[in-house]
Design a protein around this ligand. Structure first.
Ligand code: NAD
Length: 256
C-alpha cells in the first residue's frame, strides 16, 4: 500500500516509534529512523522486512539538527510523505519540585520538535498534494495525572497542534491525526514500573499490575504492533477524511 512512499519516524530506535516504523515498512514504505542508542539493530529489523532504511541521529531538542534530518531524508529518498512525530521523554515530580531543565527538555522534545518537523515537511507534501502527519501524543493529551506537569502540558499541546495542522490543510491531500496510547511497556514505562517496584517493595510483575490497575481498565498494555496498525490505517485511502482526531488506544483509560 505504501510502496514508493517515505516515512520518517522520530524516536524510532525503540518502543512505539520502532513498532510504527516496522508496520509502515511492512506496507512497503522507505523508512528514515531517528533516535538515540543503538541504530544498527533497528536498521537491520527494518531491512529484513524488505524496506529501504536510513538513519539520522538528530537531537529532537535542537531545531538546527531537525532541519539537518529533514534535509537528509529528502536527499536520501526524494521527500518525506509520512511524518511520524514520536520522540518523547518523561519525568515524574510534583510541580514545586520539577527540575526546570527537565521541563524545558520535555516541552522541546515532546512538543516543539513536532512543530519543527511539521513546518519543514509541509512544503514537499503540498507540492505532491499528499501527506500523512501522525503525532504520537498520549492519553495524557486528553486527561491528566499528578506529577506529570510537563508531559501532560506537552501532550495536550501536541493534540492542539494536530488539530491546527489538520485544519490548515483540510482541503488538500494532507491529513494530520494524533495517536493517544495508554500504557505501553517500553523503556519509558519500564522506568516507572521500576520506580513503583522500588517504592512499594514489589516484584516487577506486581508493580506492572499496580500501574495498570491505577489507570487502565483492560489491565493490558497496548502494544507497539497495535499502534503500528493504527498508523497504517491513518495512511490508508480509507482514512482520507480522518482529520484532526486524537484517537486513544488506552484500554478504556479515558472513558472513565
Ligand atoms: P522509548 O523511550 O522506547 O522511545 C523514545 C524514543 O525517543 C527513543 O528512540 C529515544 O532514543 C528517542 N529520543 C529521546 N530523546 C530524544 C531526542 N532528544 N532526540 C531524538 N530522539 C530522542 O519510549 P516510547 O514509550 O516508545 O515513547 C514514544 C512516544 O510515545 C513518546 O512520545 C511517548 O510520550 C509516547 N507515549 C508512550 C506511552 C507508553 O506507555 N510507553 C504512552 C503514551 C504515549
Amino acid at each position: 500500500m505504501l510502496k514508493g512512499k517515505t516515512a520518517l519516524v522520530t524516536g524510532s530506535t525503540s518502543g512505539i516509534g520502532l513498532g510504527i516504523a516496522k508496520a509502515l515498512a511492512q506496507q512497503g514504505a522507505n523508512i528514515v529512523l531517528n533516535g538515540f542508542g543503538d541504530a544498527e539493530g533497528p536498521k537491520a529489523e527494518i531491512a529484513a522486512l524488505g524496506a529501504k532504511v536510513a538513519y539520522h541521529g538528530a537531537d529532537m531538542s535542537k531545531a538546527s539538527e531537525i532541519e539537518a534530518m529533514m534535509k537528509f531524508a529528502a536527499d536520501t529518498f526524494g521527500r518525506v510523505d509520512i511524518l511520524v512525530n514520536n520522540a518523547g521523554i518523561q519525568h515524574v515530580a510534583r510541580i514545586e519540585d520539577f527540575p526546570v531543565e527537565r521541563w524545558d527538555s520535555i516541552i522541546a522534545i515532546n512538543l516543539t520538535s513536532a512543530f519543527h518537523a511539521t513546518r519543514l515537511a509541509l512544503p514537499a507534501m503540498k507540492q505532491a498534494n499528499w501527506g500523512r502527519i501522525i503525532n504520537v501524543a498520549s492519553v495524557h493529551g486528553l486527561v491528566a495525572s499528578a506529577e506529570k506537569s510537563a508531559y501532560v502540558a506537552a501532550k495536550h499541546g501536541v493534540v492542539g497542534l494536530t488539530k491546527v495542522t489538520a485544519l490548515e490543510n483540510a482541503t488538500s491531500g494532507i491529513t494530520c491525526n494524533a495517536i493517544c496510547p495508554g500504557w505501553v511497556l517500553t523503556p519509558l514505562v519500564q522506568k516507572q514500573v521500576d520506580a513503583k517496584a522500588a517504592a512499594m517493595g514489589l516484584s516487577n510483575e506486581e508493580a506492572k499490575k499496580v500501574l495498570l490497575g491505577e489507570k487502565e481498565p483492560s489491565m493490558q498494555f497496548t502494544t507497539p504492533e497495535e499502534l503500528g496498525a493504527l498508523a497504517v490505517f491513518f495512511c490508508s485511502p480509507a482514512a482520507n477524511n480522518v482529520r484532526g482526531v486524537a484517537w486513544n488506544m488506552d484500554g478504556g483509560w479515558a472513558a472513565q
